[in-house]
Design a protein. Sequence first.
Length: 242
Amino acid sequence: MAYVNICLFSLCFSLQKDIINHKNILLISFFSNNICLYIMNVYSDSSHSALKYLKDTEANINNLLIMTRDFNIRDHLWNSFFLHHLSISEDLLIIADSFDLELSTPTNSIPTRYLDTIGKSDSVIDLMFLHSRSRELNEHIIHPDWCLSFNHVPLTITIPIAEEFIYSSKLKIPKNSEEEEIFVKEIINIFKALNTSSFTNHESLEYTVNSLATRIEQPWLSNTKNVNITKHSKKWWNDNCN
């Protein structure tokens, strides 16, 4: 299950079941600066069916930023107090590498699952893999005080989203304006004065077309105004907004 704050609505978060279709894997996409990015949440059960699915499935996922959650694997690679190394850990690392991800080191190296059962120790099985060579995504935080009644603690990381400003300008003739009327009249006069009898070959036609473009440019420039267009522009945009 995934929750997306309504404040992030403009990033167009979407569940991508067409790319990854497994009950224990959530692949979520979102857009930032017109680039599609992905986050993957994985629960690996005791049989590691989700990892086997990822290993056997050729999923073409570019720009996967994060793969995280409960991988259900204890290994000394991420928990120095656990003395063993498992073959399934190698599969997990191979999967991560195929997505261009690296194992993240938390800022606080503490257990991620706490058990009240006598004889069983706390463990590190909730992991986070981050996009390789990323300067912005390089470490996550474990929050033992946020787990409430759950035995798994939340992991958090901040994904920097650059504020998007789209500035562009274009020349525009106001609709139903005096400038529009003048421009249309001048264009009509240009076409009326066009001598088509000079079209004797390809070169003469090309010359006339080029000169026509030059002649049209002058009334266009003299009757247009420069308008700034941003992503906040609406259909009701008018002269009072400039």
